[in-house]
Design a protein around this ligand. Structure first.
Ligand code: PAF
Length: 288
């Protein structure tokens, strides 16, 4: 595996390659990322994995400074997973107009994600999906892959990236990787590393609550708003600070109506200072 830090070096190498897949990451890799790399490996001749902690997608009071940076361990995992190239640029390489010391964007051009990006995670993380769309567009333009792999755990992100590709007519196939979970059901996340052992045990409740939510719908409960409120309350009563619990159309990500049969229930909640997200996509069996 080659480790590359600059765009020019990467472009030189990729010039002679066909069948390129990109797996964008922010590093601190876990089994969920490895699964995405393996999916890419099955479908492409050349697998590029980017590792870049994107300052544009972090809010002022978020964990940009503390976000775990574990490059050497990441490179080892990528090598073992069969990646061909690890692309780990610095901030100036990606955002030459951005002043990392003062967080001043200067003349940086940013993509404005569609209105759905202001809901769910976007409601409490203003600008987050503009930052994601911008860096992903840049990475697409740098690598020019035929396909790119993203995880379903970040369901809203995946939705917005699919829109990015559709609306900017990018010739890139987006592949979605299933969420990888701990045996306890907890979704793998780089932010799980912030949890104490007690918090980690308690964090399994998020997925359990979403499973109950889905079961209630499958058993015929058609009052989605009440279910959302009860689930958020259950989490809050157990010490979480719930951001949202919301059932949406999996196709449009708009609030689910009775006509929608392909649904996704999504949640974000804080345990201590750590914000976790999870979701379950499902087809309604019930005639609600
Ligand atoms: O999902 C992530 O790790 C990031 O949001 C991404 C897609 C790499 C963009 O920075």
């Amino acid at each position: 595996m080659q480790i590359i830090h600059t765009i020019s070096e990467l472009r030189n190498i990729l010039e002679s390659q066909t069948g390129i897949a990109l797996v964008p990451t922010m590093g601190n890799l876990h089994a969920g990322h490895v699964h995405l790399v393996e999916l890419a490996r099955q479908q492409a001749q050349c697998v590029v994995v980017s590792i870049f902690v994107n300052p544009l997608q972090f809010g002022a009071n978020e964990d940009l400074e503390n976000y775990p940076r574990t490059l050497d361990a990441d490179f080892e995992k990528l090598e073992a997973a069969g990646a061909d190239i690890a692309f780990a640029p610095n901030i100036k390489e990606i955002y030459p107009n951005f002043d990392a010391a003062t967080n001043d964007l200067g003349q940086t051009m940013i993509i404005s994600a569609p209105p759905i990006s202001k809901e769910l995670c976007g409601a409490s993380r203003p600008g987050h999906f503009d930052g994601v769309a911008t860096v992903v567009m840049k990475l697409f333009n740098i690598v020019m892959p035929q396909l790119a792999v993203f995880g379903k755990k970040d369901f809203q992100q995946l939705f917005i990236i699919r829109e990015l590709v559709k609306q900017f007519n990018l010739p890139i196939k987006i592949i979605a990787g299933d969420t990888v979970r701990e045996p306890s059901g907890l979704a793998m996340s780089s932010r799980n590393g912030y949890l104490t052992p007690e918090q980690k045990a308690h964090a399994t409740m998020l997925h359990a609550c979403l499973k109950e939510f889905v079961e209630s719908i499958q058993q015929g409960c058609g009052d989605y708003t009440a279910l959302e409120q009860v689930t958020a309350q259950t989490l809050d009563n157990s010490g979480w600070l719930t951001d949202y619990v919301s059932v949406r159309s999996a196709r449009t990500l708009l609030p689910a109506s009775k006509e929608d049969k392909q649904l996704v229930v999504l949640a974000a909640a804080k345990i201590g200072n750590t914000r976790l997200i999870d979701n379950i996509e499902f087809a309604t069996k019930a005639n609600n």
